[in-house]
Ligand binder design. Structure first.
Ligand code: C5P
Ligand code: MG
Length: 156
């Protein structure tokens, strides 16, 4: 099992990318890469299951190479590390916490993109959405959070 969590600040003039999908919105997320908070949480869940450190260790946000990077490549890298260590991903579950916009209409597109990136069957890739009920920085519309958990099994 591996667990991952991430948070990014909401800012104007940046794209809102979740699980590799650009969500139409007047604001986006701040970050060195494309700030895909969901992909970052899932990447950390996979790295956690493998005990291979965290996303910042593999892709330092001080490295100009990752400026504006497509975070799906971080995810793909973590999945490749799992394969190299002899593991398969059993399933991934995740939750994005964002006050608005409503994300449920993008659920399938996000699941499809993540499943494709991880070479996973669609029914093994779950994405859930929650508001923070107007509480705290997420609820006040200042940030977006994501949580993820991944189960891996050793290939025979
Ligand atoms: O946070 P809350 O329990 O009120 O969310 C209710 C439902 O709204 C969630 O189960 C989810 O399907 C949807 N939702 C969404 N986009 C968000 C937050 C919640 O589609 N940003
Ligand atoms: Mg991040």
């Amino acid at each position: 099992m591996g667990q991952g969590w991430d948070v990014h600040r909401i800012v104007a003039g940046r794209p809102l990318i979740l699980g590799g999908v650009a969500i139409p919105c007047e604001f986006g997320l701040e970050g060195h890469s494309d700030a895909d908070v969901l992909s970052h949480a899932i990447t950390d869940a996979l790295l956690g299951a493998l005990a291979l450190g965290d996303i910042g260790m593999h892709f330092p946000d001080t490295d100009p190479k990752w400026r504006g990077a497509d975070s799906l490549q971080f995810l793909r890298h973590a999945s490749d590390l799992a394969t190299a260590k002899g593991f398969s991903i059993v399933n991934v579950d995740s939750t994005v916490i964002l006050e608005r916009p409503k994300l449920k209409d993008y659920r399938l597109a996000i699941r499809e993109k993540l499943a494709e990136t991880l070479s996973l069957d669609l029914d093994r890739m779950s994405v859930k959405f929650k508001t923070a009920e107007k509480l705290g920085p997420v609820g006040e519309g200042r940030s977006a959070e994501a949580h993820a958990i991944a189960a891996l099994c050793q290939r025979p």
